[in-house]
Design a protein around this ligand. Structure first.
Ligand SMILES: C[S@@+](CC[C@H](N)C(=O)[O-])C[C@H]1O[C@@H](n2cnc3c(N)ncnc32)[C@H](O)[C@@H]1O
Length: 244
């Protein structure tokens, strides 16, 4: 369970239970997500670790194998999840995620639209930022990626905060039901300029659009479309930036 509800926030005083997701930390570049299951073991170069030994220990604990090796059991925060999730696409990392969350002005209760979902790296942080009363609707046109993302949000305890839908956002735009309701829209699409007119319709007055593109040509074209789509309306911030 990720720290999505302030009253249930994970801390080093919360103990690990059967069924919890933990991040097994060997060293800074060797971590993996493991679902705790009382009858299972984890084997690695440090030995064999019984999950049953982990149950009841606090997150952050150092645990030992049968041959004296050790690992740390960390809580699955969005920051760590981004480092261990299975990469089905290019993903956003912490430096960009923190920038996006700040400029989208996300606070608990916000309604956020995102496309594409990709591997759900950004989505996980969006969900924590809007919890416990907000919601993230994330859209990807790739059916299997949507299925895998849903499974991940179940595992990380975010499924009540995130809805994954299959939709071609560049072709069809966002669904009309969100028109004028979104606090923020985030785009990580190959041709974001095709989705920007729809994104503009979805935003509330003072809503924020952020489009993330790895190439300067994409940024230029997206910026031009933003200028024309937002004419006559005042928004606090219209951001297009380039992660070079
Ligand atoms: C780079 S990935 C997004 C990564 C994501 N931001 C993350 O941090 O994990 C781009 C995603 O956009 C999706 N995509 C591309 N074109 C799309 C379209 N027309 N409509 C919806 N999704 C699309 C792709 O399937 C891919 O999963």
């Amino acid at each position: 369970m990720l720290p999505v509800d302030p009253t249930k926030k994970l801390s080093f005083t919360r103990c690990i239970s059967d069924g919890d997701l933990v991040i097994v930390y060997e060293k800074y570049d060797t971590m993996k997500a493991v679902e705790v299951c009382a009858g299972s073991v984890l084997g690695n170069r440090f030995g064999v670790f019984k999950h049953s030994d982990w149950i009841g220990k606090q997150f952050g604990s150092k645990v030992f194998s049968s041959k004296g090796g050790f690992v740390y059991l960390l809580a699955p925060t969005p920051e760590l999840w981004t480092l261990v999730l299975s990469h089905r696409t290019q993903i956003l990392y912490i430096a960009d995620i923190s920038f996006v969350i700040m400029f989208l002005e996300l606070v608990p209760g916000c309604l956020v639209l995102e496309s594409g979902t990709g591997s759900g790296s950004l989505t996980t942080s969006l969900a924590r930022a809007v919890a416990p009363t907000g919601h993230v609707y994330t859209f990807d046109f790739h059916e299997q990626r949507a299925v895998s993302a849903r499974e991940d949000f179940e595992k990380t305890g975010l499924s009540n905060l995130v809805t994954v839908r299959v939709r071609d956002i560049q072709g069809e735009g966002f669904p009309d039901e969100f028109s004028g309701r979104a606090d923020s829209v985030f785009l990580d699409l190959p041709q974001p300029w095709l989705a920007i007119p729809s994104a503009a319709k979805m935003l509330k007055q003072d809503g924020v659009l952020c489009s993330f593109s790895p190439c300067i040509e994409q940024v230029q074209r997206a910026s031009e479309t933003m200028r024309s789509s937002f004419t006559g309306r005042l928004f606090d911030a219209v951001i297009s930036f380039c992660a070079l």
